[in-house]
Ligand binder design. Structure first.
Ligand SMILES: [Ca+2]
Length: 167
């Protein structure tokens, strides 16, 4: 008993030290991973933030800005504009809560669903498809990056829009 106790103690302290070492290693590893991750996030944020925050700050402000997709109440980009920064599964057709026209001009404040006649795609990397039905169903009319035009057969028949990365 007297012999085994010191041995046990030694073993236990060795185990404790070993565990501490493992724990310290794990903590250091985690710190490195975290700092790499944080560094990576910061780098990513720095590269994305200017465009993303600028677009986010400008979307839904009634101005069709670079990087946005815009619906117009009238033909040939006339009337009020509704400016977007992403896919919309359902524009909505009643207030409150619908995506409405924001810009000055005819249609301002009206819901955009089944109420658009033209569109502009000022995104650089997305094909934006406008659909006849909600949730990206039915016939669609596609606008390439930089594309614009009247909605043709989808005039006042627009229900949703889908952003698709140009492949
Ligand atoms: Ca805008």
């Amino acid at each position: 008993m007297t012999r085994t106790n010191p041995t046990t103690k030694i073993n236990l302290s060795y185990v404790a030290l070993h565990l501490q070492g493992v724990a310290v290693k794990a903590i250091v590893k985690r710190m490195i991973q975290t700092s790499v991750a944080v560094g990576g996030s910061i780098a990513l944020l720095m590269s994305i933030a200017p465009a993303a925050s600028a677009a986010a700050a400008r979307a839904r402000d009634g101005h069709c800005d670079d990087g946005e997709f815009c619906l117009y109440h009238g033909l040939d980009y006339s009337g009020s504009v509704s400016d977007f920064s992403g896919s919309i599964p359902n524009y909505g057709d009643s207030q409150p809560g619908c995506y409405e026209y924001k810009g000055a001009g005819t249609g301002q404040g009206e819901c955009a669903k089944n109420n658009a006649k033209s569109a502009r795609n000022l995104t650089h990397i997305y094909v934006v498809k406008v659909y006849y039905n909600s949730n990206y169903k039915g016939r669609d009319f596609a606008f390439n990056p930089g594309g614009q035009g009247n909605l043709d057969f989808l005039g006042k028949q627009n229900a949703s829009q889908l952003y698709e990365l140009v492949s």
